[in-house]
Design a protein around this ligand. Structure first.
Ligand code: AMP
Length: 285
């Protein structure tokens, strides 16, 4: 496995890679969720490139940029073991040099859910991913369903800007008790870690209600809200039952999926103490 930092090193290393190239962008502090993307890329591509970059432009002024967990040596060991071919660890100065002033804005779908409570977040995400795509030039790029809105934004951006690549979305990897794996789980104290299972329990309760025939979107939101409110360490930011493509809240009845497999996206943002966690589940027909 080769590790590079500078852009010219990346370009040279990229030229030597057998095609097709699969790409997994990450912010590091890797866990099994990230490694599942690396494995999916390996299964489908001749070479796998991983980037590790804690992107400052997707963090708000009161968010956890400085505190975001980092352990590059551990990440590199995990990626070598997982069989990545090339790891790129650019610095903020490489991606945002002095005088930088170009931004990618995806419009409607970034206004809702995460975008509504984290202004500017998706401008940072879309911009850095567009830059990473231009530098790495992958044929396939792998993202997690864990960040459902991010996946929708990247898919839209790749299509709208004519990136010649396929965006692949992989399932959310969970701990044994259902908590979605996340680098931010390391912020949780033991009692908070226990309380954090409430997100998956709320999503599962709504999923069960759906399976039992409940089709009223408001009642599914209410169901998730009540479960979250039963946990004293949890504070709900939003509980959503939305159209999986437009991300608009569904009002009234969830309608059959038509051509699609999925007919609604249930998603949650919840503070457990000071730690903000998100999770989601797709409802099918
Ligand atoms: P991050 O390092 O948080 O920016 O995540 C890098 C990529 O890993 C993104 O595409 C995430 O959606 C994906 N990812 C993060 N957590 C998980 C998980 N638990 N299961 C699957 N993919 C994940």
């Amino acid at each position: 496995m080769e590790t590079v930092i500078a852009l010219d090193e990346l370009r040279l290393a990229r030229l030597r890679l057998p095609e097709t190239v699969g790409f997994v962008p990450t912010m590091g502090f890797l866990h099994e969720g990230h490694l599942s993307l690396v494995r999916a890329a390996q299964a489908e591509c001749a070479s796998v490139v991983v980037s590790i970059f804690v992107n400052p432009t997707q963090f708000g002024p009161n968010e956890d940029l400085a505190a975001y967990p980092r352990d590059l040596q551990r990440d590199l060991r995990m990626l070598a073991e997982a069989g990545a071919d090339l790891v790129w660890t650019p610095t903020p100065e490489i991606l945002y040099p002095f005088g930088y002033q170009t931004w990618v804005t995806v419009e409607q779908i970034t206004q809702l859910l995460e975008g509504a409570v984290r202004p500017g977040h998706f401008r940072g995400v879309a911009t850095v991913v567009a830059k990473l795509f231009s530098c790495v030039r992958p044929q396939r790029a792998y993202f997690g369903q864990k960040d459902a809105q991010q996946a929708a934004v990247i898919r839209r951006m790749a299509q709208d800007l004519n990136f010649d690549l396929q965006v692949v979305i992989c399932p959310t990897r969970r701990e044994a008790d259902g908590l979605a794996m996340s680098s931010r789980n390391t912020y949780l104290s033991p009692p908070e870690r226990q309380a954090a299972t409430i997100l998956y329990r709320a999503l599962s309760a709504a999923q069960q209600a759906f399976a039992a025939g409940e089709r009223d979107a408001g009642r599914l939101r209410q169901c998730m809200t009540e479960v979250i409110q039963s946990e004293p360490l949890a504070r709900l930011q939003y509980a959503s039952c939305a159209d999986p493509d437009s991300l608009q809240e569904i009002e009234g009845q969830i309608s059959p999926a038509g051509d699609h497999q999925d007919c609604a996206l249930l998603s949650l943002a919840v503070y457990i103490g000071k730690t903000r966690l998100i999770d989601n589940i797709l409802l099918g027909d």
